[in-house]
Ligand binder design. Structure first.
Ligand code: ARG
Length: 576
C-alpha cells in the first residue's frame, strides 16, 4: 500500500474535475505536524495560480470533488490553500491487516522496468579500498530495493580490467610464475601492483617487454589473454570474499568490466567523427562541448581517442551507455561512484545523447557520493597514512563488535554470540554509511556506529530482538492470532499503524532516488513508534481481543523491520 500515491491519484482526479488540466501536480506529502492531518496536498496553490483562480476557492472546489469515502475521516482547507487529510482509523487498520497477510506486504509494481545498476567496480590487481566500499554498499541496497519492488535488475560490476597497465602486470606475473611464486605472494594485490610498477620504472628490458605485451594483448594474442584472465581472476576471487563477508549480492557473473566495451570503441569513435561531433585536435580526437566551459571560458574539449590511438575512460562510458540501452534493453542505468567522477559521467552521457545512441526516455543517472573521512576530517587513512584495505577494516569491525557484545550481559551460547558479533560488526559498518545522505562526505567513527543508542545498526537489531522477545513471552495460539482483527483505539496504535503502512513509500524513494538513508530514517522512526506504543499500550496484560490486536501490530513491525534491514543488506538475529 502506497498511501501517498493513492491519495495523489484521488486529489488529482478532483483537481481535474475542478477545472485543472491533466498535467496538474497534487503534491501530496506526509504532514509534518499532527494538526495538519496525516497527509497534505500542497499543489493547490500552484495550480490555482495557473488557472487564475483564488487558491482557497479553487481548494474548496477540489474538496467538493474529492472522493475519499472510506479512506479519510476528515479533509479541510488550511492556510492559503493546503488540503489536510486525516485518514480513517478503519481504513488504516484494514490495510495494516492486509500488509500482514498478503504476500510481499501486498506490494507490487504495475510496470516493472529493466534497470542496470553499475556499482562496486574495483580495479584489477588493486585491492578494494574504502572508496569502493561506499559504492558497493549503497549500490547493493538500491539493487535490493528495486528487486523487492519487482523490477528486473542487471548488476554491472564495471571493473577496471583494461588499459596500458596490463602490459607491466602481465610481464610481472610471468616473472613471478617463472620464480615459482606462492599463492600468498600473489594474493597481496597492492604489493603486486607496486612491484610491477617498480620494475617498469627501473628495468628498461622489463619495460620494453611490458610495452610489447600491451600491443599483443590488444591484438588478441592468446598467451597475453590467458595471463590477463589470470590477473582478473586473482583479483575477483579476493573481491568475492569481501562481497560475501559484506553480505553483498554481487557474484562473478555480474562482472561487466571495461574490457567488454573495448571492441566497440573504434566504431563509436569513427561514428562520432562521421557525425561531425568529434574533430581532430593536435593529433587527438576531441568532442567540444558548449555545455561545459574550460578555464578560458571556451567550450570544453573531451578527448575520445588519444594521439597514439588509445581510448579513454570516457569513450568506454559512452559505449557502456549505448550497450545498456541497445543490447540490455534497459529503461534506466544507474552508476554509483564518487562525486569526483560527476563531470566525467555527465560529459560521457551528453556525448551519448548528442550522438543519438539513446532516446530521451532512457534514464542515465549518476548517483554520486562524497568521501569517507577520518575523525580528523581528512580522507580516511591508516595510522601510517596508507589507504585502508577493506578486509582490514572488516577485521577491526569484528574485534570492536566483540568488545561491545562481551560487555552486554547476555545468555547467549558461543555459537549464537559469534553470529551476533558478525551481524553487528558488518551491520554497523554498512548502516553507518547507508544512513547518511550519500552526497555529503561522511566521518567514519567507530564509537558512533557501534553504539546501542541513536540511528545505528546495533540499535535497530536490538529493537528487532525486543519484539521477538515479546512473542517468546506471549504464549499465543498462532491460529487465533491469524484470525484476530487489528483495531486502533489508542493514538500510539494509530501512529504505529500509519508508520507501518509507509514502508512502501520509503522503499519506492530508495529505488527512485538511489537514497538508502530514506529507508534507514524510516526504520528508525518505525522503531521509535513501536517503543512509544509499547510503553503506552500494554500487550501481554491486555484483554484477550486487545492483546491479539496489539500482537498483530507487533508482528507487522517485526516483519517490516526484518524486511527493511534485509533490503539494506543487514542481518537480524533472534536474540542478543
Ligand atoms: N573503476 C572505477 C573506479 O575505481 C569506477 C567505475 C564506475 N563506473 C563507470 N561506469 N564509470 O574509480
Amino acid at each position: 500500500m502506497n498511501i501517498q500515491s493513492v491519495l495523489s491519484d484521488k486529489v488529482k482526479q478532483a483537481m481535474i474535475a475542478a477545472g485543472a488540466d491533466d498535467q496538474c501536480e497534487p503534491s501530496v506529502r506526509q504532514s509534518g505536524k499532527v494538526q495538519f492531518g496525516d497527509y497534505q496536498a500542497n499543489g493547490i496553490m500552484a495550480t490555482a495560480k495557473k488557472l487564475g483562480l483564488n487558491p482557497r476557492e479553487f481548494g474548496q472546489k477540489v474538496l467538493e470533488h474529492l472522493d475519499l469515502k472510506d479512506i479519510a475521516e476528515k479533509t479541510e482547507i488550511a492556510g492559503p490553500g493546503f488540503i489536510n487529510i486525516f485518514l480513517s482509523k478503519n481504513w488504516i487498520a484494514d490495510n495494516a491487516q492486509n500488509a500482514l497477510t498478503a504476500e510481499h506486504f501486498g506490494i507490487h509494481t504495475e510496470h516493472p522496468q529493466t534497470v542496470v545498476v553499475d556499482y562496486s567496480s574495483p580495479n584489477v590487481a588493486k585491492e578494494m579500498h574504502v572508496g569502493h566500499l561506499r559504492s558497493t554498499i549503497i549500490g547493493d541496497a538500491v539493487v535490493r530495493a528495486l528487486e523487492f519492488l519487482g523490477h528486473h535488475v542487471i548488476r554491472a560490476n564495471h571493473v577496471g580490467d583494461w588499459g596500458t597497465q596490463f602490459g607491466m602486470l602481465i610481464a610481472y606475473l610471468e616473472k613471478m610464475e617463472n620464480e615459482h611464486a606462492s599463492e600468498m605472494e600473489l594474493s597481496d594485490l597492492e604489493a603486486f601492483y607496486r612491484a610491477a610498477k617498480e620494475h617498469y620504472d627501473q628495468d628498461p628490458v622489463f619495460a620494453e617487454k611490458a610495452r610489447q605485451y600491451v600491443v599483443k594483448l590488444q591484438s588478441g594474442d592468446e598467451y597475453c589473454r590467458t595471463m590477463w584472465k589470470k590477473l582478473v581472476y586473482m583479483t575477483m576471487r579476493q573481491n568475492q570474499r569481501n562481497y560475501e563477508r559484506l553480505n553483498v549480492t554481487l557474484t562473478e557473473k555480474d562482472v561487466m568490466g571495461e574490457s567488454l566495451y573495448n571492441p566497440m570503441l573504434p566504431a563509436i569513435v569513427a561514428d562520432l567523427k562521421a557525425q561531425g561531433l568529434a574533430q581532430e585536435d593536435q593529433g587527438a580526437l576531441v568532442v567540444f562541448l558548449e555545455e561545459f566551459k574550460n578555464k578560458e571560458g571556451e567550450p570544453m574539449g573531451v578527448i575520445v581517442q588519444k594521439k597514439d590511438g588509445g581510448f579513454l575512460y570516457t569513450t568506454t562510458d559512452i559505449a557502456a551507455a549505448k550497450y545498456r540501452y541497445e543490447t540490455l534493453k534497459a529503461d534506466r542505468a544507474l552508476v554509483f561512484s564518487d562525486t569526483r567522477q560527476s563531470q566525467h559521467m555527465q560529459q560521457a552521457w551528453l556525448i551519448t545523447r548528442k550522438a543519438g545512441y539513446v532516446p530521451d526516455s532512457f534514464s542515465l543517472e549518476h548517483h554520486n557520493f562524497g568521501m569517507m573521512l577520518g575523525k580528523d576530517g581528512k580522507p580516511f587513512k591508516t595510522r601510517s597514512g596508507g589507504t585502508v584495505k577493506l578486509a582490514d577494516l572488516l577485521d577491526e569491525a569484528v574485534q570492536r563488535a566483540t568488545l561491545l557484545i562481551e560487555q552486554k550481559n547476555t545468555a547467549l551460547n558461543e555459537r549464537e554470540k559469534a553470529a551476533v558479533i558478525e551481524a553487528v560488526a558488518i551491520g554497523a559498518v554498512k548502516y553507518a554509511d547507508l544512513s547518511k545522505n550519500r552526497t555529503t562526505d561522511y566521518v567514519f567513527d567507530w564509537d558512533n556506529m557501534l553504539s546501542f543508542e541513536g540511528n545505528t545498526a546495533p540499535y535497530m537489531q536490538y529493537a528487532y530482538t525486543r519484539i521477538r522477545s515479546v512473542f517468546a513471552k506471549a504464549d499465543v495460539d498462532q491460529k487465533q492470532l491469524q484470525e484476530a482483527h487489528i483495531s486502533l483505539n489508542d493514538e500510539k496504535e494509530r501512529a504505529l499503524a500509519i508508520k507501518l503502512l509507509q514502508f512502501e513509500e520509503a522503499v519506492q524513494s530508495v529505488a527512485k532516488e538511489g537514497t538508502p538513508h530514506i529507508l534507514c530514517n524510516y526504520l528508525y522512526e518505525l522503531a521509535g513508534a513501536f517503543s512509544a506504543f509499547y510503553e503506552h499500550c500494554p500487550i501481554l496484560n491486555a484483554e484477550p481481543e486487545l492483546k491479539l490486536s496489539r500482537l498483530k501490530l507487533a508482528r507487522l513491525t517485526e516483519k517490516t523491520l526484518k524486511q527493511g534491514l534485509a533490503l539494506l543488506g543487514i542481518k537480524t538475529v533472534e536474540k542478543m
